[in-house]
Design a binder for this molecule. Structure first.
Ligand code: DGJ
Length: 754
């Protein structure tokens, strides 16, 4: 991995052997984008890459049409990477190259989560300093290239070295002008309980993209976008992805211009943002990651997975095996007593669970969702000996104890709101919108963060708490801070996010042994920003296993399995009313951080035995499930182009695979969603194996399997055969009627020899 500067050509080449990123200082001092893609040899000039000199780019450079961090108003009429307003009202900066620094390692991002290095030789960084001479505005573009991951981390720093205030009205974290638009744009969109829908459509001239203005990243849009070549599949072809390490309002878009150049941008949503830069002030954008793959979408996902797992997640839980938990939410909702919780915890322990999580309803006077958010002291009616008493009794049973909190919220019916009505976000003299009967605290105010840190620390210090589920159950309306002067209200949303990060940093810093799991009505704030503090998140309130096939597949485009909370819940499923077999529910939840979310005391003796076996199996293989290399083999989405599709089976079957870090073990999950008569047999090609190795293939007998599938596939099989021919499934016409809908099988592969 290296960053080289060719002084004669004024060209920077960032390369890690697989991935190259090339930019050039243009004649007039602005920065041109030359290349982002598969590694190129180092050359002074790349005549074939130079943009065709189209007319119409007056001030940037007449011979160049692709820019690295373009301003507005100077002849480039596309959407800019940044907008500043000077005191005199003008808004056309002319940032020109001033200096650069290249060094080993990666700098931190004060107040913001970011990727990092542990040793300097893991990455190299380029700081490229531009100056707008007339105003004294300095813009520093940061680029870090990692040796091991095919990606760049980018962010931008604005420094006002002039003698007048400057207002930042837009500050993208990343802008990239690609030379052509022959790409499909993939976005992850959705709604509550159906997050991470994969949208995949060819780029067209004009704008396309997603954004959030809800205060958090949102269930509706996830802060990422992927471009794949139309011919790229899961394992072949070129794909580029941008992911924003941020949890607030964002924009991620692509503009295809008149010359077929595709400008990709990702950053804070400028519609709800402005920032005042006083003389000497500094503003850092959040970090964005630009990942590249020559091995299709699975390859791209694996770049994100590895980077986020190894160099975004922090603390002792980064690589620790995550506990199998039992959460009481769907088992009891608000309706529980200490006695009930202890019965559930004992039963969970007997089944093999390692952590009991007490969800919403343990504090203040909370018996439903109308009161007490903000009153973080125990509900004495339910917990006579408080959280401490309960936690001690639970841990004495031999199972760890975890607790739910929703620190950013307050109910109007709470002691906190009665004492500090002005702490809730509102516009003075105007009505406040309630959602789920609650308001949001103004996390941009340091005294509120300080208060929350203190009250939550009291609880965490008082009891043996091993895990915290940090929820956030509404979006932000009436955005306004009574602590900010009117001209600076544009800072409100970003300050909110910085306040949330501050509280996360302080709590995770003070209680490093606690495993934090993020949640926002499920997956409404499942983003890399939060992953920088909480290494796992509750992916969705939808616990239906069929739905989860879609949700987990979508999330896996960017997020590693170690970050996904996945729970087995009771049937009929509370979100869909669907009845699926226990084994099917477990086999879906295995591909993530396994939990159970139900009342375990209601299991029949037979179910108890089955769950014991599930948990034991998961524990024996959880490293592979949580930290293995994940492959999407067959998509539950009709028509998705995956390794084994598009295929007539696409949409009625799904298949996933994970290969352990050392390559010695692999697990394949096959899910038949709906059965049909006279099923055609199919071959499920595997991935990630060694061509020249043999694998002992078995089925997980406790999970249910078809005898035909077992007979055909089990035994010693070559990695080459497994990948080129595939497992043989559905090979008898009697197969489907016998097994019906929602039938699943797990195949275990053990590599033979060294
Ligand atoms: C929403 C979460 O996603 C659920 O899991 C649960 O914790 C509820 N909030 C509790 O109010």
């Amino acid at each position: 991995m290296s960053i080289s500067f060719d002084a004669a050509a004024k060209q920077f080449h960032l390369c890690n052997g697989n991935f190259s990123y090339i930019i050039r200082i243009l004649e007039n001092g602005s920065i041109g984008q030359v290349y982002a893609g598969a590694a190129l040899r180092k050359n002074s000039a790349y005549p074939l890459l130079d943009p065709i000199p189209f007319p119409g780019f007056s001030n940037n450079d007449k011979t160049f049409t692709r820019f690295e961090y373009p301003a507005n108003g100077n002849g480039d009429f596309r959407r800019p990477a940044f907008v500043v307003r000077f005191t005199e009202g003008a808004a056309v900066p002319e940032p020109c190259y001033k200096s650069h620094r290249i060094y080993a390692g990666k700098p931190g991002q004060p107040g913001l989560p970011s990727t990092y290095t542990e040793k300097d030789d893991e990455a190299a960084t380029l700081e490229l300093e531009l100056l707008d001479a007339a105003s004294g505005l300095r813009i520093i573009l940061f680029y870090t290239i990692f040796a091991q991951y095919n990606c760049l981390a980018r962010h931008v720093r604005f420094v006002n070295d002039g003698n007048k205030k400057i207002t930042l009205e837009n500050a993208m974290s990343l802008s990239l002008d690609l030379p052509d638009s022959r790409w499909n744009l993939i976005t992850l969109t959705g709604a509550w309980a159906r997050e991470f829908d994969i949208g995949d459509a060819p780029l067209r001239t004009g704008f396309q993209g997603i954004q959030s203005s809800r205060g958090i990243s949102g269930a509706q849009t996830n802060p990422a976008l992927i471009l794949r070549r139309p011919s790229a599949t899961e394992n072949e072809g070129e794909a580029l992805g941008a992911s924003l390490i941020y949890s607030g309002n964002f924009i991620a878009d692509v503009e295809v211009d008149q010359w077929d150049i595709a400008r990709l941008r990702i950053g804070i949503n400028p519609e709800t943002f402005s920032w005042e830069l006083a003389e000497g002030a500094v503003f850092d954008t959040p970090e964005a990651v630009l990942a590249w793959s020559g091995n299709g979408l699975n390859g791209l996902s694996q770049v994100f997975h590895e980077l986020f797992r190894n160099r975004l997640a922090r603390g002792p839980w980064r690589e620790a095996e995550r506990p199998v938990l039992l959460n009481n939410w769907e088992g009891t909702y608000f309706n529980f007593t200490e006695k009930k919780i202890l019965e559930m915890a004992a039963s969970a322990r007997n089944l093999g669970a390692e952590l009991f999580v007490l969800d919403d309803g343990w504090f203040g006077k909370r018996d439903d969702d109308h009161s007490s958010l903000g009153d973080w002291f125990p509900h004495k009616g339910k917990l006579p000996e408080g959280v401490a008493g309960l936690a001690q009794k639970v841990t004495a049973l031999g199972i760890k104890f975890g607790l739910w909190i929703e620190p950013e919220m307050v109910n109007p019916d709470s002691d906190l709101f009665r004492a500090h009505p002005d702490w809730a976000i509102h516009i003075p003299q105007r009505p406040r919108t309630e959602q789920r009967n609650q308001y949001v605290l103004d996390m941009g105010r340091p005294e509120i963060v300080e208060h929350l840190f203190k009250v939550l620390s009291v609880i965490l210090e008082s009891a043996p708490i091993s895990y915290i589920k940090w929820d956030m159950n509404r979006y932000i309306t009436e955005p306004y801070s009574v602590a900010l002067p009117p001209p600076r209200q544009g800072e409100f949303f970003h300050r909110y996010v910085l306040g949330v990060y501050d509280l996360y940093a302080r709590l995770t810093g003070a209680f490093p042994e606690i495993l934090f799991e993020s949640c926002a009505s499920g997956g409404a704030r499942f983003d890399p920003g939060i992953l920088g503090f909480a290494p796992q998140g509750w992916l969705s309130d939808d616990t239906d296993a069929v739905e989860r096939l879609h949700i987990q597949e979508g999330a896996s485009l960017i997020y590693p399995l170690s970050s996904m909370g996945a729970h087995v819940s009771a049937i009929p499923n509370h979100q869909t009313g669907r009845l699926t077999p226990l084994a099917f529910r477990a086999m879906v939840s295995f591909f993530g951080c396994l939990g159970y979310e139900l009342d375990p005391t209601k299991f029949s003796a037979k179910e108890q035995e089955a769950v014991k076996k599930q948990i034991a199996f998961y524990k024996a293989h959880r490293r592979t499930f949580q930290y293995g290399n994940f492959y999407r083999l067959l998509s539950p989405l009709p028509g998705r182009s995956v390794i084994n599709g598009p295929y007539p089976l696409n949409g009625r079957f799904a298949a996933w695979m994970t290969v352990s870090e050392d390559g010695k073990e692999a697990i394949v999950g096959v899910y038949k969603i709906l059965s049909n008569p006279n099923q055609r047999p199919f071959r499920l090609k595997l991935a990630g194996l060694k061509n020249d190795a043999d694998y002992q293939v078995t089925v997980w007998e406790e999970g249910g399997y078809s005898a035909e599938d077992k007979n055909l596939n089990c035994g010693n099989r070559g990695g080459d055969e497994l990948m080129q021919a595939g497992l043989l499934l559905e090979c008898t016409v009697h197969h489907s009627p016998k097994n019906g809908d929602f039938f699943s099988e797990l195949f275990l592969l053990r590599k033979q020899g060294a």
